[in-house]
Design a protein. Structure first.
Length: 134
């Protein structure tokens, strides 16, 4: 009886793969989209919304072409969505305000005229009267 040692399969080297990292452009796009919504009301939000929209599109293209090495598709879509939402809000804001600014006799126009008159009245009342020499 002969005892043979069992043949073992050769040990294959294992490849260490790093997990996919989220796209920085997708994260920035989401942040800009979120920030642009409140900034709409100080009339600078459309800059951030436009930047978020462009970066979101670039992030989606990069994620698709990375073959799984970059993740963050949901972040990029969220950035696109919030940026488009901010632009829609801004468009509605402008659509409501601009017609009131151009209509003669509108409340907006009378409010501005009243503010100008009050400022002029304050300037004249703040002027110090000259003291006549005796």
């Amino acid at each position: 009886m002969s005892y043979e040692t069992p043949v073992q399969a050769p040990i294959q080297p294992t490849a260490f793969t790093t997990p996919p990292k989220p796209s920085p452009l997708a994260i920035i796009s989401l942040c800009l989209g979120i920030v642009s919504i409140p900034l709409i009301f100080v009339c600078i939000g459309w800059f951030t919304a436009l930047a978020g929209l462009v970066l979101g599109i670039i992030a989606l293209v990069n994620i698709k072409s990375s073959n799984g090495s970059i993740k963050g598709k949901g972040l990029a879509i969220g950035g696109l969505t919030t940026s488009v939402l901010a632009m829609i809000i801004y468009g509605g804001f402008i659509a409501l305000i601009v017609p009131k600014m151009k209509t003669p006799g509108s409340d907006f126009e009378s409010m501005i005229e009243q503010s100008i008159k009050e400022a002029e009245a304050k300037e004249t009342s703040d002027a110090k009267p000259e003291i006549a020499p005796e």
